[in-house]
Design a protein around this ligand. Structure first.
Ligand code: NAD
Length: 483
């Protein structure tokens, strides 16, 4: 079985070498095609951090095992890690966090077991990286949540939960504030949940989850979240089980999957052969399981768990009274423990049943679109303008263009209504939103909006325009605070 391997930057090559050495000793039936990705590839002038050969090898083989990679700072280039996940639509990021005996934490000392699986949406949200500065003082970021994107990751989470007979599947969100975006994610979750009646499902607001995660982490099992909240919550989970050195990650797509550790390149310890290879090894074990190499995965995992249980450790964790092993010696210790079984958490070996990875040759891009037809009505428009005038002055100018068909209904600043009603205590910045909205049930045309744009442009510097939609008669835009 052939897979693509990118060693990465910083500690990447050291920990990758250790892991591949363990794979070889375990007899993993894998061949590697080493591909060029990472900081030094950016430095060679490849703006996306990978060579064309690397891209085509990965698209042919369908599996990438990668070390951490550094994105050059301040050069305007996007993160290679995020680019890889997005380019190949690895829509679900699965991270598992389990109590590891030998890795002391407040929870392990208190005898509280942790067994969490975080499924984080991996493509959308603020990771679209679509940001604009609108005025001298105001910058915005677009947070994209889509129904098909949500469906893909949520369905994956449920399928995985069904397979592992999960105790509970929890959707984590902030739909009380982000009613349209997180509302779409949450509604999609509950809709798909109906197809998994055997599973216990619920949802929780992300801040409440963070508090409960610290007080009662054992009560959760599978968590499914949007991208940024998932990023933060998974680092919280890593902290619960002993830190980033123990957090594996699988980026799952329909055609291409990427396996990597959660941690970064650890530049402070790179080149010293002291890094902890456990997170990359656990990611590698997840990859072996994904490839159907369950017996090999179990052999390595049992040896790793036994090694940790026996108190062997690298410098970043473990009993300070016992000497730390370097990366190479730690890997050798795991190999020496092949065939041993840990007292707790032992994995049962099921025979290897290698799967055949077949990546389709695509002629065009797949476009995901809602299957059910909807009625869409253009109900109005929000104009964002650059101004340091007072709300009343802006209203006086804008009202000249307010019509019976498309009246100016309010003005807001940072999402808070400041006209026609407002408070003098609301602090303003140099970007206002003028909302023109048709009367209930009436539609406007694009041309009406274009004409209004032309007129308003005589009075204001327009920084952005957002149309207001009704879908199936429902307003799908937010109200200003106080509206
Ligand atoms: P980091 O994870 O590299 O390091 C944070 C701290 O954890 C450091 O003190 C480091 O020494 C320690 N650490 C991390 N991994 C370790 C290991 N395996 N063994 C022992 N100690 C370990 O995070 P950072 O310093 O914020 O980021 C450094 C670089 O890594 C940045 O360029 C960042 O963009 C990149 N990064 C890449 C990925 C990825 O490739 N998926 C993820 C995160 C960060």
């Amino acid at each position: 079985m052939e897979i693509a391997v990118a060693k990465g930057d910083g500690i990447g090559p050291e920990i990758m070498e250790a892991v591949l050495h363990i794979f070889k000793a375990a007899g993993a039936p894998l061949n590697y095609q080493f591909v060029e990705m990472g900081k030094w590839v950016f430095d060679k002038g490849f703006g996306n951090g990978m060579t064309p050969e690397a891209k085509s090898t990965i698209e042919q083989l369908g599996i990438l095992f990668k070390g951490p990679m550094e994105t050059p700072k301040g050069k305007g280039v996007k993160s290679i890690n995020v680019t890889a996940r997005k380019t190949w639509n690895t829509y679900a990021n699965k991270r598992t966090f389990q109590t590891l005996h030998g890795v002391n934490t407040v929870f392990s000392k208190a005898g509280i077991p942790i067994d969490l699986t975080v499924v984080r949406e991996n493509i959308e949200d603020t990771y679209g990286g679509i940001e604009h500065q609108l005025t001298e003082d105001v910058a915005i970021s677009r947070r994209i949540i889509t129904r098909p994107g949500s469906e893909q990751v949520i369905r994956y989470a449920f399928e995985m939960a069904r397979q592992k007979k999960a105790r509970r599947v929890t959707c984590v969100h902030k739909a009380n504030i982000m009613k349209i975006t997180d509302g779409m994610f949450l509604n999609t979750f509950h809709k798909i949940a109906q197809q998994y009646p055997e599973l216990t499902v619920d949802d929780i607001i992300v801040d409440d989850l963070c508090m409960k995660m610290v007080t009662r982490p054992e009560s959760f099992d599978v968590l499914v979240l949007t991208n940024l909240q998932g990023d933060i919550v998974s680092d919280l989970c890593a902290g619960l089980i002993g830190g980033l050195g123990f957090a594996p990650s699988a980026n799952i797509g329909d055609n291409i999957c990427i396996f990597e550790a959660v941690h970064g390149t650890a530049p402070d310890i790179a080149g010293k052969n002291i890094a902890n290879p456990t997170a990359l090894l656990l990611s590698g074990i997840a990859m072996l399981q994904h490839l159907g190499l369950n017996a090999t995965a179990a052999k390595i995992e049992n040896a790793l768990l036994y090694t940790l249980e026996q108190g062997f450790h690298t410098g970043d964790f473990g009993d300070k009274a016992t000497a730390a092993l370097n990366t190479t010696a730690f890997a050798e210790k795991i190999i020496a423990h092949f065939g041993k079984t840990p007292k707790t958490g032992a994995k049962t070996a099921v025979a290897d049943q290698p799967i055949k990875i077949e990546v389709p040759q695509l002629q065009e891009n797949l476009l995901l679109h809602a299957k059910e037809p909807v009625t869409k009505t253009l109900a109005g428009v929000d104009f964002f303008i650059d101004s340091t005038a007072q709300p009343g002055e802006i209203a006086a100018l804008a009202q000249k263009y307010s019509t019976a068909d498309l009246p100016l209904i309010n003005i807001s600043n940072r999402g808070t209504q400041v006209w026609p009603e407002g408070s003098k205590f609301t602090v303003l910045v140099d970007n206002y939103t003028l909302r023109f909205e048709a009367t209930e049930g009436q539609a406007v045309t694009q041309q009406t909006i274009i004409d209004l744009y032309t007129k308003l442009a005589n009075e204001f510097q327009i920084t952005s325009v957002e149309t207001l939609l009704e879908i199936n008669g429902q307003k799908v835009y937010s109200l200003a605070q106080g509206q």
